[in-house]
Design a protein around this ligand. Structure first.
Ligand code: COA
Length: 306
């Protein structure tokens, strides 16, 4: 496909995204990868770039992702659902055989309702949502004590983080790999060593909840800039409350600590990921003021693309 057509598609897509949702960032240029093109019945052409990523055993991503990921970045201009459908059909024709630990992924604006039917028809499920919050809500009354975690809390934090992985494996994309505990231990201790803020909630001296969150600059070229508008954001990485303490207000008290400590006058807002099939977290996050911005459509294994 000629560069001029790709450029026109990219600009039309940017205009469509801006009209759909004012919180979406301007689309970043497509990454390097295998280019797909497809024609609509009326002759209009659309394109996409497929990027393949292989996560090594022991990588943190393997706890929420297949190891062999093929991600499509659609460039369908203003064609809406018809363009997405044509591109997914072409992807199906071109897909190489894949193993059981594989996936196809498309990250698309949550408010683009037109894309939903074709994504479902091709076998994708809306497994993850990136949700953002830009306003402020009043902080509530604490139901437990919350403090910044220290390296001495590592064992308790790993137990809490594992409770989140185990729940996500029931209701979302989480995978309890044989080395999950070791991976979580390395990740949590890395955050503590780097000074990434981690809070721990205690009821009568017993650790019942944790949250990791930090500030990130959505600057040109950064990962965050592909997901949120330019500015300083708070990213909430992991919130977990032990099963026995859920529904008591511990999660809300932990998020009050995060929002109170990290959201300053210069903050653009905060964002995080959750799984729509999780019966607890979508309601919880909506009450916290978060709303879907991007939906990560996924199917596993990659051969399930139809
Ligand atoms: C999602 C989660 C962190 C929320 O923490 P929590 O301490 O249970 O949440 P809270 O008690 O502060 O608030 C839960 C809300 O859900 C409702 N709720 C009612 N009963 C509940 C129950 N048995 N369990 C969970 N939530 C319940 C409450 O109405 C409450 O809202 P309200 O305070 O406005 O009334 C927690 O359920 C959890 O760890 N889930 C498993 C892991 C997970 O999903 N993590 C989030 C990944 S994005």
């Amino acid at each position: 496909m000629r560069a001029v057509i790709l450029d026109a598609l990219t600009r039309a897509q940017a205009a469509r995204f801006a009209a759909l949702d004012p919180l979406l960032p301007e689309p970043a240029p497509p990454p390097d990868g295998a280019v797909l093109t497809a024609a609509l019945p009326g002759g209009e052409r659309v394109a996409g770039v497929v990027v393949r990523t292989l996560h090594q055993p022991g990588a943190a991503q393997t706890l929420w992702s297949a190891r062999d990921v093929r991600e499509l970045h659609p460039i369908v201009g203003g064609t809406g659902g018809a363009g997405v459908d044509a591109l997914l059909s072409r992807w199906r024709q071109r897909l190489e055989p894949s193993g059981p630990d594989s996936s196809c992924v498309v990250t698309w604006p949550s408010r683009d309702a037109e894309a939903t039917a074709p994504l479902l028809a091709h076998g994708f499920v809306p497994l993850t949502v990136l949700a953002a919050r830009t306003g402020r809500l009043p902080l509530g009354t604490s139901v437990c004590s919350v403090r910044r975690a220290t390296p001495a809390d590592l064992d308790a934090l790993v137990d809490l983080a594992m409770a989140e992985v185990e729940y996500a494996a029931l209701v979302g994309g989480g995978i309890v790999r044989p080395d999950a505990r070791a991976i979580k231990r390395a990740t949590v201790s890395g955050h503590l060593e780097r000074g990434d803020p981690t809070w721990i909630a205690e009821l009568e001296g017993v650790a019942v909840g944790m949250v990791e969150a930090w500030e990130t600059d959505a600057q040109p070229g950064s990962w965050a800039r592909t997901r949120v508008r330019a500015g300083r954001w708070v990213f909430v990485n992991c919130l977990s409350v032990l099963p026995s303490a859920r529904g008591l207000g511990v999660g809300r008290t932990l998020m009050d600590a995060v929002h109170g400590a990290l959201l300053g006058p210069r903050s653009a807002g905060s964002f995080l990921y959750y799984n729509p099939p999780n019966p607890l977290s979508p309601t919880f996050w909506a009450r916290q003021g978060y709303r879907p911005l991007w939906t990560v459509w996924e199917l596993r294994p990659a051969d399930a693309l139809r």
